[in-house]
Design a protein around this ligand. Structure first.
Ligand code: 8YV
Length: 312
């Protein structure tokens, strides 16, 4: 008998095909009456395989008495109620490391784009302005500038290596200093004050909620940039929007937003922001590796072996 697995949302199609081959999958996102659907399958469901932690609330976890494991597709588990998982003895796994390079590539692309305004200058060419109005205005250079990494974890370290190759200097802030060759700042305000670009690479969740607000952006200043490849929740989004509109910081590169996929339309009008639709890990290679790790965690669990990447 194949174990019963609940899919709270659609995952990467090749991973979904593997899940459907190896497990009996129940698609919550296709159910007309979600409460009745959960009630019917509750006596059988032993796992949830969400994409980005979707739908893993305390209520759902409590409604599934046979639940043993939540195997997330994604490194971030901030959307999963971890307390509820702990309380019910449910294992939680994620997909770390396999996405570091692509997310770090995205971080550097956003950094380059906010300093050099390549998307804006490309739009200038496409609008026919080059010939009509002359050269695009000068922008800011990356080399010699300081990147302050807020959250120097595995992704942060991959970002630092790339930024060094661009001739940047690195500083960082974590809750505790690490054995790394980069200077440590004791808090986010000090880091922002010492940086030309603040790179947000922390986990999401309550511990980092609103960590970057007016004080940190004031410390970054009118010449400073902010790049966020972590979670929208880490920045106070209305404050960031206002600071960008008023030119109180130089610009922002954002791959993540507070209420995805919703982005306040006021962002679209900003010339000093580069906006991406949460594509940090979105390559075929990385999503394949993430899906393989998600499936492997489930396989190992149901084979009575330790899972590979346990969070709870
Ligand atoms: C995914 C991410 O796009 O891994 C994460 O935490 O934010 C991204 O890589 C998202 O989790 C969807 O699975």
């Amino acid at each position: 008998m194949k174990p019963d697995v609940l899919l709270t949302n659609a995952v990467f199609p090749p991973t979904q095909a593997r899940l459907e081959k190896e497990f009996t999958c129940h698609k919550l996102y296709e159910a007309a009456d979600r409460t009745a659907f959960v009630r019917d399958i509750a006596p059988r469901v032993r796992a949830i395989a969400p994409f980005g932690g979707a739908g893993c609330t305390a209520e759902l976890i409590a409604a599934l008495p046979e639940l043993e494991i939540i195997a997330n597709f994604g490194v971030g588990v901030d959307a999963i109620d971890l307390e509820a998982a702990r309380k019910h003895g449910v294992i939680v796994t994620n997909t770390p490391d396999v996405l570091n390079d692509c997310v770090a590539d995205t971080a550097l692309a956003l950094t380059l784009n906010v300093f050099r305004k390549f998307p804006q200058s490309e739009a200038y060419l496409r609008s026919g302005y080059w010939a009509a109005r002359g050269p695009y205005p000068l922008t800011a250079a990356l080399g010699g500038k300081t990147m302050g990494i807020l959250g120097l974890g595995r992704i942060g370290e991959a970002i630092a290596r790339r930024a060094l190759a661009f001739g940047m200097k690195i500083r960082y802030h974590n809750r505790h200093p690490k054995e790394v060759p980069y200077p440590y700042d004791p808090d986010p305000v000090a880091l922002a004050k010492n940086s030309d670009v603040l790179m947000i690479a922390t986990p999401g969740g309550p511990a980092t909620h609103g960590l970057v607000g007016a004080k940190v952006l004031d410390a970054l200043g009118r010449q400073g940039y902010v790049v966020n490849i972590a979670r929208g929740s880490v920045i106070d989004q209305p404050v960031l929007l206002r600071y960008l509109q008023e030119g109180r910081i130089a610009g922002a590169g954002l791959d993540v937003f507070a209420e995805e996929p919703g982005v306040p339309p006021a962002f679209f009008a900003l010339d000093n922001a580069v906006l991406l639709p949460h594509v940090g890990s979105a390559t075929v290679e990385t999503r394949t590796a993430m899906g393989n790790l998600q499936v492997e965690n489930l396989r190992r669990h149901f084979a009575g072996k330790p899972v590979l990447t346990r969070v709870v």
